[in-house]
Design a protein around this ligand. Structure first.
Ligand code: ADP
Ligand code: MG
Ligand code: MG
Length: 869
């Protein structure tokens, strides 16, 4: 079996074998980019190693040295040579990139003797000893597991003692002393000498990377991100190039386009006379890539060309790592760059316009869930001008966030679960902080650059982040941070502007999002491809207006009960409920009628000739009555009825299981006059708007909670009677329909019968889910998390449609319904109508439309297009 591939042998399609890093290093070598030669030990070798109880097979060991020989020939240097040694890096590279999880060892192959040789050969002893101290430091940390700070302490001590600001000021003697200290540390901690044989260093390093696949940090990262545990990691062994030779060398990271905005301009940072992770580690403040243009114009030119080649080849924005060795440029890594939603949209649309990708690809490039951040508010301008700015840092990830500060991931999680808006404040974040970052509204760090953990992860999550705010001092132990002489403690409010990198004291109000031209373009393209209609759930003219602006094509659910709660009306609603005779009830309904009619008129006016699906009264009447003694007394007084009799009415209405009780169409059967009033209000409103505005209103009357054919027969008949009489009397035409919700499993099972009396179906998947599972939506919160922990549920079925069970009912009802009526219009109006994977299901089973909350309309448009492609 082949366990090792040189960069010349691999290609980008071989990710599962070579890992992401190895596959792309091979690919870049093929297309002629300056990649230092090397080879990849496969993920299969890793699995084999783990299977054998963490031991390398002889065949693999021998293979490694065969490939080292090949490198020796290519470089014309010998591994372990005392005068001019071949040095390599050992780099882990999993299939799915796991930032910071497994680490890299540089300058491998040096020892006490060859470091002298290297010093002589290069006439640059500082470079040689700097490389050696780095090797011992990384080896001690990554391979031997000694905490990094124990090494850092020696460096810091020496810098402080000599009054140096930067590592670059360390002189040869300093470095030699530090190397001694490092070696002693290793001896003290591990009771071994730092290995002097390069072969031994190499095998130990490879084994350490393989073993690190199973360390607890890696495991928990995989758990959080749903990455399987049996993939293994590859190891790359690569010839070293050196960014730490002097001021005409350096190292950096860059994106081929701006990952925050999408602007088509190289974006990145670098450090001169530096190596490896110096840039991301925040040791010195990196320079902006534009500086490189000034310092080394030719290298910069070549660099820009390289980014163009990469984009043309990969057809996507790339995130790259590079090193400059004495004026020569090398590329050490490329991968698809993480980006904000704003950038994702801009890059997708720009690349289509540049002819790099087609429209379908552009549509597929943007994660529908991500664009929700574009639809979300920003700080109000005038509020912002008055705001109390505390400090400025890097605009690491755009957006606006206001909340209370917490200083540990655990505290942040706890506070968020208690319903607080949380700002997580840390010196810097690490993978252990992921959970707190997920729960926070925004993230603030005092250290680190644009490529720090906090910045990269926040951008990935679409979360507001201000990083590297040097002017604040964070004391995580005391749970406080300081700005000048001001102190902020746990629970104090601050606000973050991630688009400008600004930190403010207190709460700042926000405004609605602004939608860019590119965003609109992507939405238009989505509309060209999608087959599903996109409706909205809206109960008010305002919500309907917002949804229309976002591209909604109709209202799929207008709940009438919300209108009942408004002041001035609730009293008539209550009067109607407590009425003990039909006459009294009618009197109360007559008072409600004009309100309902006006509400419907306003909504019809906004929607013009688009469909408006109105659901007749659904909740149990009990919900409208007061519960506490005082309220009951004052209501009795207001309605001039005895308190005792009102109490009795309330008691009579009380139910053990209201969600399965006297609600929905059952109310329409018991109190026909309620539904009749509502139908009258809908039809009169529609007729009046047609007459006043000349519109062709589409009123769709929706009867909830049907479980039997007969219920629908009765209620439809009743509604038709009211409607036809009104239309007969009117001077204008009206198109209206009467349909039903499918939300009781029995209705889904008998959908062919139900369809005989329905002009349309709308799946109420909230109720359908709770009734199919047999647990109440209002109580499921108590155990759903445990169900997720125990993996009984992968996802909360109220958020993501249970395609297997509930979906089977949906699919069946669609087929049965259309058996009866070939062109039966069918949609969905549960929460699931705005969730991408559920939308994909709706597309596949052939629904006509999905209906979702206004802010999710664009998400649904994009998701529906992706389903159709
Ligand atoms: P990570 O996955 O954490 O980014 P890498 O394997 O990419 O780890 O290594 C980190 C950094 O080490 C690289 O960005 C590069 O600067 C440096 N590096 C790795 N291999 C080499 C090499 N062969 N020559 C010079 N620098 C290297
Ligand atoms: Mg790393
Ligand atoms: Mg890297």
């Amino acid at each position: 079996k082949k366990y090792i591939y040189s960069f010349d042998e691999g290609k980008k399609e071989m990710k599962s074998l070579l890992g992401g890093k190895g596959a792309n290093l091979a690919e870049m070598s093929h297309i002629g980019l300056p990649v230092p030669p090397g080879f990849t030990i496969t993920t299969e070798a890793c699995l084999k190693y783990l299977e054998m109880g963490e031991e390398l097979e002889d065949q693999i060991k021998e293979g490694i040295f065969d490939y080292i020989e090949e490198l020796e020939e290519k470089q014309n240097k010998k591994f372990g040579d005392l005068e001019d040694p071949l040095l390599v890096s050992v780099r882990s590279g999993a299939v799915i990139s796991m930032p910071g999880m497994m680490d890299t060892i540089l300058n491998l192959g040096l020892n006490d003797k060859s470091v002298e040789g290297l010093a002589k050969k290069t006439s640059n002893p500082r470079f040689a000893y700097d490389s050696y101290r780095r090797l011992i430091q990384m080896f001690g940390n990554v391979v031997l597991g000694i905490p990094a700070y124990e090494f850092d302490n020696f460096l810091e001590d020496r810098k402080e003692k000599n009054g140096y600001d930067n590592d670059t000021e360390l002189e040869v003697q300093d470095l030699k002393d530090i190397i001694e200290k490092f070696k002693n540390l290793i001896k003290k901690r591990k009771n071994i000498e730092f290995p002097q044989k390069p072969e031994e260093q190499l095998l130990m390093a490879v084994e350490a990377v393989f073993s690190s696949w199973n360390n607890s940090r890696a495991r928990s990262y995989r758990n959080i991100n749903d990455i399987p545990h049996d993939l293994g990691t590859a190891v790359n062994v690569q010839t070293m190039v050196f960014g730490n030779i002097g001021e005409n060398s350096g190292t950096g990271v860059a994106f081929t386009r701006n990952p925050a905005t999408g602007e088509n301009k190289v974006f990145g940072e670098f450090l001169l006379n530096a190596q490896g992770e110096d840039v991301v580690a925040g040791i010195r403040t990196p320079k902006d890539i534009s500086e490189l243009k000034r310092l080394m114009p030719e290298v910069y030119e070549e660099f820009v060309e390289l980014t163009e080649t990469l984009e043309k080849h990969y057809k996507d924005m790339q995130d790259i790592e590079f090193t400059i060795q004495e004026g020569d440029l090398y590329v050490l890594q490329t991968r698809t760059g993480k980006r904000t939603a704003d950038a994702a949209v801009n890059i997708a649309v720009d690349m289509e316009e540049e002819g790099l990708i087609d429209k379908e690809t552009a549509i597929l490039r943007v994660d529908p869930e991500d664009i929700s951040q574009l639809l979300h508010p920003n700080f109000k301008k005038d509020e912002l001008e008055k705001a109390d700015m505390l400090a400025k840092g890097l605009a690491a990830s755009p957006g606006a966030a206001t909340g209370k500060v917490y200083f540990t991931s655990e505290d942040a999680v706890q506070a968020a679960e208690d319903g607080e808006d949380v700002i997580l404040v840390r010196k810097e974040t690490s993978p252990e902080d992921i959970e707190g970052m997920v729960k926070a509204e925004g993230i603030l760090t005092s250290r680190g650059g644009m490529t720090s953990h906090a910045a990269v992860v926040a951008r990935g999550m679409g979360k507001c982040c201000v990083a590297g705010v040097g002017d604040i001092r964070v004391d995580e132990d005391a749970k406080k941070f300081y700005v000048d002489d001001r102190v902020f403690s746990e629970g104090d409010y601050i606000s973050l502007n991630g688009s400008l990198g600004e930190v403010y004291a207190g709460v700042i109000e926000t405004t609605d999002a602004h939608l860019s031209d590119n965003f609109m373009m992507l939405m238009e393209w989505s509309d060209e491809y999608r087959q599903l209609g996109i409706y909205t759930n809206a109960d008010t003219p305002k919500d309907a207006g917002v949804a229309l602006d976002f591209g909604a094509e109709g209202i799929g659910l207008c709940r009438t009960e919300h209108m009942f709660f408004e002041s001035g009306r609730i009293i008539s609603v209550r009067e109607m409920i407590v009425a003990n005779t039909k006459k009294k009830r009618k009197k109360a309904l007559d008072k409600l009628f004009p309100y309902q009619k006006d509400d419907f008129k306003e909504i019809f006016k906004v929607m013009e000739d688009k469909a408006v699906t109105i659901r007749l009264l659904d909740p149990p009447l009990h919900e409208f009555l007061p519960q506490n003694e005082n309220d009951i007394k004052s209501l009795a007084k207001e309605l001039s009825i005895p308190v005792e009799s009102l109490k009795r009415t309330i008691e009579d209405l009380e139910e053990m299981n209201p969600m399965l009780g006297h609600r929905g169409c059952r109310l329409g059967i018991s109190y026909p006059e309620i539904y009749k009033m509502q139908v009258k209000a809908i039809i009169s409103a529609a007729l009046e708007v047609n007459e006043e505005m000349g519109y062709d209103v589409q009123a769709d009357i929706m009867i909830p909670l049907i479980g039997t054919e007969k219920e629908l027969v009765i209620l439809r008949e009743q509604a038709l009677e009211v409607a036809e009489e009104l239309i007969d009397q009117a001077s204008v035409d009206l198109s209206y329909t009467i349909g039903t919700m499918i939300e009781i499993p029995r209705a889904a099972l008998l959908a062919d019968d139900i369809a005989k009396h329905a002009d349309f179906f709308s799946f109420g998947t909230n109720d359908l889910t709770q009734m199919t599972y047999g647990f109440s939506r209002d109580d499921a919160g108590k155990f759903i998390n445990q169900y997720m922990d125990k993996e009984i549920f992968q996802k909360d079925p109220f958020a993501t449609l249970d395609q297997k069970g509930v979906g089977k009912l949906v699919d069946m009802a669609v087929k049965l319904g259309r058996q009866t009526k070939k062109d039966l219009k069918i949609g969905i109006c549960g929460e699931h109508g705005g969730e991408p994977s559920s939308i994909d299901f709706c597309h596949r089973v052939g629904l006509d439309y999905v209906s979702c909350s206004p802010y999710r309309v664009p998400i649904a448009r994009l998701a529906a297009a992706q389903s159709a492609i």
